[in-house]
Design a protein around this ligand. Sequence first.
Ligand code: ASP
Ligand code: MG
Length: 433
Amino acid sequence: MCLVLDKLEPQKSIDTELICFSIKSIVSMGHYKMGIFVQKYGGSSLATPELIKAVAQRIVERKRRGDKLVIVVSAMGDTTDELISLAQRITSNPPKRELDMLLTVGERISASLLSMAINSLGEEAISFTGSQTGIITDERHTEARILEVRPERVKEELARGKIVIVAGFQGVSTEREITTLGRGGSDTTAVALALALGTKDCEIYTDVDGVFTADPRIVPEAHKLDEILYEEMLELSSMGAGVLHPRSVEMAAKNDIVLHVCSSFNQKKGTIVKRGTVEKPVLRGITFDKQIAMLALKDVPRSPESLSQIVTQMAEEGIHVKLFCHGAAREETVDLIFIVEETDFEGALKILRKASRNLGAKRLLTGMDVGSVSIVGLGIGRDTEILAKMFKILAGLRLHIQAVSTSESKITCVIKKKAVEEAVRTLHREFGL
Ligand code: ASP
Ligand code: MG
């Protein structure tokens, strides 16, 4: 069945849900042998030749226990950042297509080196690019979405007894161009492969022992969680925690793939990310983001289209609105507040300047001097006691809250950037995490 899929011409508008469904049904038809495991190793776990050899050793030991292994790798250490700055030294605005050509090299380096290391330990391995792996994406260079995975070559090599090493973070578009999945995207490669290969688990190896209640570099008392629910993990990673790519969590949640986040440096039990419910909302973790900017249109005369126009333009420019607050206390005017990533500030400013003139807004305020703190836990967004306590703690620090946003599983407050770390530490302590 998959061979047939391979012969299909790439289609432009493939429905991801449908594909997931078809992959699932193929799996349930029993065409797959059990015992396949997908592991992903992050850049810091592969930062030097010595570390690559150490990872190879772990993989070989696991293979000798009888498992079939697919290994997804990130670029070594800071390679991706270095490649970006290399491009910046050529031009401040490199074409995204060429940026993708450049950045995908990072993962190819680690994939080939890891394969060499495994081969030299006496086990057979083969490395693949995203395109050889059959990762088909849309055409959005630098932020591509996976549409479909056709892992025929992976399965063939597994059947030959080889360990398959996949360069993460990349794919090939329906127009046969090389694409990348956005920063941190190797996690998403791993989850997509787990799904395509019909495994129910995906192991993510990193340089920390798992998911913590807060960033231990900021909060020394932070502790590792044994488990966390998909919704909570998604909020933590969307609001700043770098440990998992948000889209990998989203894909895992939709398809019930259990994520095991562990250290590549020791054998400790890590954190399991899975589906679940809670009886009573509990706070699970705290995260923050200092790489944000705030733009506010004040006193915008009410009109039904204004908001949709602005948001559509932002979407067209690829600007991701992280938080949006809409204040409509007055009858004739509204205030619109947008929080975007720092790197999107200029783009968002251009759109809002124009909108401000067209809509007749009284003022356009901007602030780069802001950061967000988010508390996360399933159901806490509905719990006014928790909300009140958060406000009280921040008020105790004499902090002026510039915007608030709540969802089912998180409460986010925007405050001044300088105060963010102190706020995270105080919230962690006062909430007794
Ligand atoms: N190497 C890429 C990055 O640094 C992708 C990844 O590590 O997941 O963003
Ligand atoms: Mg990462």
